[in-house]
Design a protein around this ligand. Structure first.
Ligand SMILES: NC(=O)c1ccc[n+]([C@@H]2O[C@H](COP(=O)([O-])OP(=O)(O)OC[C@H]3O[C@@H](n4cnc5c(N)ncnc54)[C@H](OP(=O)(O)O)[C@@H]3O)[C@@H](O)[C@H]2O)c1
Length: 359
């Protein structure tokens, strides 16, 4: 689609990334339709909402015959992809499918090898088949759209609206002060993509007619530089006066004491163990940047997150202060501080029992 106002369809649009795409498309002056059930949240202002349920072929009939310059989809299961392609592929000028780096079969090295796809009619939502499901989704999109399709594979998406809060744990924890448990190795590479950068890029790519398959991820930096960057953003915002007192504890000790990597209850966000995940945080950003992805600085990303979330934080990932205190006490050979529980009460700590898939 060219940069003029165009007809845009967002399949999803009621949650996080797809909602950010829809809102940004409206801000750019496009005519935006959002199609979903409407149970995950409200679509942004200024869109036309079409009620669909991708659980069955009949559930997407409302879209049949629709004509759009660009369609954006974030589906997780191939059973949700085939039916919309049946009713829309012929009327779509361009199709942008959001996949995941979880399609890659290996985490221990950076490799292009992907999982064997699930069946094209699979509706299995379990995290164990997430990557394989996305491979099947990608294949369906490529088969039907050919050279009108862009498939992007994001790594960890961070920003306002994030339902998983892997970034959010860190600024909120730093703002509380005191000794902070830091995971593993300062040099361990981490990478992410800012949700607004990603939405902007997907819309720019549609304007420019970028097609093919690309990772959607920013440059990697060490975990130490990452935590320092978060602290510096909070210092610049006037939230804290100086960088926090970080205590780096080796991964073996963390794992032995029940600290979970990556996401979910009692986890340290962004941290993944070695050697199983040695390839996880260092995929090259270059191809996406060459294709137009513009990366915000870490400080810009953290400031945006802070301004959107700090007033009413509700953490869905990370460690409770009680657990963090226990691990730090075990590391130092001291007794945990009994006062830490009050922080957990004040935080509105609402971590789900199970983490969502790695992507
Ligand atoms: N978060 C990360 O760090 C990360 C990393 C890598 C990749 N990804 C990928 O990034 C994308 C994130 O998408 P997102 O932020 O928009 O969140 P999402 O939770 O994947 O959103 C799913 C959207 O699809 C709609 N939907 C779900 N089931 C539906 C059904 N049966 N019928 C119709 N619509 C349905 C939902 O709306 P309703 O519920 O209202 O119907 C919602 O708007 C996903 O593709 C994910 O795999 C995420």
């Amino acid at each position: 689609m060219s940069a003029q106002a165009k007809r845009v369809l967002v399949l999803g649009g009621t949650a996080y990334l797809s909602r950010t795409i829809a809102r940004t498309a409206v801000e750019r002056g496009h005519r935006v339709t959002v199609a979903a059930r409407g149970v995950s949240g409200e679509p942004p202002e200024g869109v036309e909402f079409v009620s669909i349920d991708r659980g069955s072929a009949e559930g997407v009939e409302a879209l049949r015959g629709g004509e759009f310059d660009a369609v954006f989809d974030v589906a997780r299961m191939p059973a949700h992809v085939g039916p919309v392609l049946d009713v829309l592929a012929d009327g779509a000028g361009y199709w942008s499918f959001v996949s995941t780096i979880s399609v890659y079969a290996r985490n221990d090295v950076v490799s292009g090898e992907v999982h064997e796809p699930t069946a094209t009619d699979s509706a299995d939502p379990s995290p164990e088949v997430y990557g394989a499901s996305k491979v099947a989704c990608e294949n369906l999109v490529r088969e039907r759209l050919g050279d009108r399709a862009l498939v992007t594979r994001p790594g960890l998406i961070v920003g306002p609206g994030d339902p998983v809060d892997r970034l959010g744990y860190w600024p909120l924890r730093f703002a509380e002060g005191g000794e902070v448990l830091a995971p593993g190795d300062r040099d361990r590479p981490v990478q992410w993509i800012d949700v607004q950068d990603y939405a902007d890029w997907l819309l720019d790519a549609a304007d420019a007619g970028v097609t093919g398959t690309l990772d959607a991820i920013g440059d990697h930096i060490g975990m130490g530089a990452f935590l320092d960057g978060i602290a510096d953003a909070l210092i610049a915002e006037g939230v804290i006066a100086e960088r926090p007192d970080l205590t780096w504890v080796p991964q073996e000790f963390l794992l032995e004491h029940g600290v979970r990597p990556w996401a979910g209850h009692e986890s340290l966000g962004f941290w993944v163990p070695s050697p199983d995940y040695d390839g996880h945080g260092s995929r090259p950003a270059g191809p996406a940047v060459t294709a137009g992805l513009r990366l915000s600085s870490l400080q810009e990303t953290v400031k945006r997150w802070w301004r959107a979330n700090a007033a009413a934080p509700s953490l869905r990932a990370g460690m409770s202060r009680v657990k963090e205190g226990e691990v730090l006490a075990a590391w130092h050979g001291t007794e945990p501080d009994p006062e830490l529980e009050r922080y957990d009460r004040e935080r509105g700590f609402a971590v789900p029992a199970a983490a969502r898939p790695a992507g």
